[in-house]
Each structure stands twice: as structure tokens, then as C-alpha cells.
Design a protein. Structure first.
Length: 430
């Protein structure tokens, strides 16, 4: 006997406006410019306001400012290595709130992805090799495919495009059929052939094809990312009295404003045309609010970083521990929002250009940050070139910092310091 049951479930869903704000927070200067240009093309009620100055102008400004004090300063001082895509994906996993087992399996799965971010192994084969159930493997794959950029972990090009399409609430259902059955025709531009097979109008097919072509079949590159020139979100400056100030570089960033011509035109419209104009103006107002909220959130984060890392900006000490979840609670947002906001963005100060996520440091035993522990390890190795990792751990223990030998070796490696064996051999050869 078949039993039918009706279940009521509640789920939380972010509003479109909040989704837009979160997306804007993930964008750096180039991404924000591209997003705004596309938004203006799609919405005639918006006008794009280009930045008044370029990143090159900023590089020259900083170079001129430091020419007297640092003759070797150049625009390359504005370059900073970005986190690799793999590191970014791993951090997203650990902030996902999933159980430890799923995170561990998904992390293993990440390291099996192709350079373009595809998972090419059969799922049952992966489960057998990992010694887990098919259900656990599927849960891990779902976790990977929930990461950003959307499309990561797809097994085929079709699945990659479908994953991206699902994030678009207004996508025509026909798009899915075209992805599954007509990708080759789309590539060849055979729209009339698609029209005959689907029975849809040419205009509808063309609109779906345009949507599909806007998707990215390779949303992620897992090769090591090269050093790039960057434009900091803001600068931290200290005066002679030790007073710190934050300067946002809004002149170097684009912005929106309502299109005056469209506003005047909309006042003379009626019927369907007036309804269309109102929709475009409502969408424009939502985007303007999203840009404003992005700026407000970044300003709050900047103030937290300035307050907590004050001694660093004054050149007196290293970074102190600062947790992402603490900042999130203070601002009143989810910690994943803060995580997204600090990725790929930088600040400039007298000590150089740093990624914002550099200022969020884990606390090691003894109250020191990871950055401070690495500085101490570097100081110890400079004093004693042949000291072993175990001896370094013992020296740290004397300073109230408890670390395993393996962790010391990891931090030493991240500092590009050779092992004691190689350092000893190098000194003998010298």
C-alpha cells in the first residue's frame, strides 16, 4: 500500500537585493567595472559614471610620494601575490558549516579537479577508492558544486552551464533543453535548426542562445595565479602624532547614477511602456542601494581592521589575532559575507600593499597570531642557521607558544626557509 504524506518545510532564501549586495562584495575593481558596464547595457534607467582616475595614476602618485624616502620604489610595489584558486575553494569549504566528514571528503575531491575545475572521475569509482558510500560521495560533490565560482566541480560542460543557469531566476526553461541537446548547434550558429527541432520561435531561441553564451564553460583556473598589479580599496595613513586615518579611493572606482534622459522620457509614457519604465527604475534603484551597501560594508570592515591592527599600521608590532566571525557579528552579517568581502581586495599603508584577508589572523596558543609566530621563527633561524624544527618548537615553547614540530616545519616552508639539513649543507659549501 502506497502511503502519501504531505510535509511542510521552511527554508530561508536571500532576497534578490541582498544577493546583489553579496555579489558586489566579491568583486574587485575590474570585476566591479565589468558588472556595472553590463548592468547599464541591460537597464536604460542607469547611467555609468567612469572612474575619474586610473590604477596607473595611483601607482604614479604613490611612487612620487615615496621618491624622497625610498629611491627604489616603483609601481611594482603595488603588486601582491593573490591566494591561489585552490586555497580560496578550501576556505569556502571550511566556512560552509557542513559536517567534518563531508568537508574532508570534499576537500579531497577538490584536489582531483582538472585545471579548469571539472571533476572527471566517475563518482562510484571515487567512492570505492576513498572507502566511502555513494551517498557520502554525492554529498561531497554537492558541497563542491555549491562553491564559487558557480560551475566548479561539474562533470561535463553541460552540467557546468546548467549549474550557472540555476542561479538565474528569470532563465527560460528552454535554455536547459538547448544546453542538453543543442550545444553543438549553438557553437555552429545553427539557430534555425534549433527552431525546427524545438518548435520555439526564432526570437525565443536567439534569446536563450544569448543567455547560454553569457555563461562560462571554464569558470575557474586551478593553475597557480601570477602576480598582478592591484588597486587597493583604501589606504591607511599615519601622521606625525600617530593618528591613523582611512582614505577610500573612490575616484578610482566607477559608479552608477539614474539616467536623467530616461527619467524625463518615462514621465511621458503610459500603458505597457510606462510599466516597463517603472520596472527598469525599480531595478536601477535596487542596484544603487546595493552599491551603497557594498561601500558601507567595506567602510565598516576598514574601521575594524584599523582598530584591531593599530600597532601594525604604526610600525610597532606584528598583526594580532582577528577572527572573521567576530567581525561578522560586529557588522551584523554572516561570516561568509565577510569572507567574500575580503577576498581579492587590498589596502595600502606605509608598510606596503596587503590583501585584506592578511589582517584576519588565527590565534595560536599563547595569544600570538600566525603572522607573529612566523616572524619569531624567521628571527630564530636568522640567529641560528642550523637550528632544527624540533629545536625551534622548543624555543617557541620557552616564549609561551606551543607548536608541534610538523606545524613549525609548515610555517618555515611557507617562509621559504630551507630545512636545517639543507641550510647546514649550504653553509658547508659556502
Amino acid at each position: 500500500m502506497i502511503e502519501n504524506r504531505l510535509e511542510i518545510q521552511q527554508s530561508q532564501k536571500l532576497s534578490q537585493g541582498l544577493q546583489t549586495v553579496i555579489h558586489l562584495l566579491t568583486l574587485d575593481l575590474d570585476g566591479l567595472s565589468a558588472y556595472m558596464l553590463q548592468a547599464v547595457q541591460e537597464n536604460p534607467a542607469l547611467e555609468y559614471v567612469p572612474p575619474q582616475k586610473s590604477a596607473q595614476d595611483y601607482a604614479m602618485l604613490v611612487k612620487a610620494r615615496f621618491r624622497g624616502g625610498r629611491g627604489d620604489y616603483s609601481a611594482s610595489d603595488l603588486a601582491a601575490p593573490t591566494d591561489t584558486a585552490m586555497e580560496d575553494l578550501e576556505q569556502q569549504l571550511h566556512l560552509s558549516g557542513l559536517d567534518e566528514t563531508t568537508v574532508r571528503i570534499a576537500e579531497h575531491m577538490l584536489h582531483l579537479l582538472s585545471p579548469r575545475g571539472y571533476f572527471t572521475q566517475e563518482l562510484d569509482e571515487f567512492a570505492a577508492e576513498a572507502g566511502i558510500s555513494q551517498k557520502q560521495a554525492q554529498q561531497a560533490l554537492d558541497a563542491v558544486q555549491a562553491l564559487e565560482p558557480v560551475g566548479i566541480g561539474a562533470r561535463t560542460v553541460e552540467e557546468c552551464l546548467e549549474l550557472q543557469l540555476r542561479t538565474r531566476e528569470d532563465a527560460d526553461p528552454l535554455c536547459y533543453d538547448l544546453i542538453r541537446m543543442h550545444l553543438l548547434d549553438i557553437g555552429k550558429g545553427n539557430l534555425r535548426s534549433i527552431t525546427r527541432d524545438t518548435g520555439a520561435s526564432l526570437a525565443r531561441v536567439r534569446q536563450c542562445v544569448d543567455t547560454i553564451r553569457s555563461l562560462n564553460p571554464a569558470p575557474c583556473s586551478l593553475r597557480d595565479e601570477a602576480v598582478q598589479y592591484i588597486m587597493p580599496e583604501f589606504s591607511v595613513e599615519a601622521d606625525a602624532n600617530g593618528q591613523l586615518t582611512i582614505q577610500f579611493h573612490n575616484d578610482y572606482y566607477p559608479s552608477f547614477r539614474p539616467d536623467g534622459n530616461f527619467t524625463r522620457l518615462s514621465e511621458r509614457l503610459d500603458g505597457d511602456e510606462a510599466a516597463y519604465a517603472r520596472r527598469m527604475q525599480a531595478s536601477a534603484a535596487q542596484l544603487l542601494r546595493a552599491v551603497e551597501m557594498r561601500q558601507t560594508t567595506m567602510e565598516k570592515l576598514a574601521r575594524i581592521i584599523l582598530r584591531e591592527q593599530r600597532t601594525f599600521f604604526l610600525g610597532q608590532y606584528s598583526l594580532v589575532p582577528l577572527r572573521i566571525d567576530d567581525a561578522a557579528r560586529e557588522i551584523g552579517v554572516h561570516e561568509a559575507t565577510v569572507y567574500r568581502a575580503i577576498q581579492g581586495k587590498y589596502l595600502y599603508c606605509a608598510r606596503g600593499t596587503f590583501p585584506l584577508n592578511h589582517f584576519f589572523q588565527k590565534e595560536i596558543s599563547g595569544g600570538a597570531s600566525v603572522a607573529r609566530v612566523k616572524e619569531i621563527i624567521q628571527e630564530i633561524c636568522q640567529k641560528n642557521g642550523r637550528i632544527s624544527d624540533r629545536a625551534i618548537a622548543e624555543e617557541l615553547e620557552k616564549r609561551g607558544i606551543t607548536l608541534s614540530r610538523r606545524t613549525v616545519a609548515k610555517y618555515r616552508s611557507q617562509l621559504d626557509i630551507d630545512s636545517s639539513f639543507h641550510r647546514s649543507n649550504s653553509s658547508k659549501e659556502g
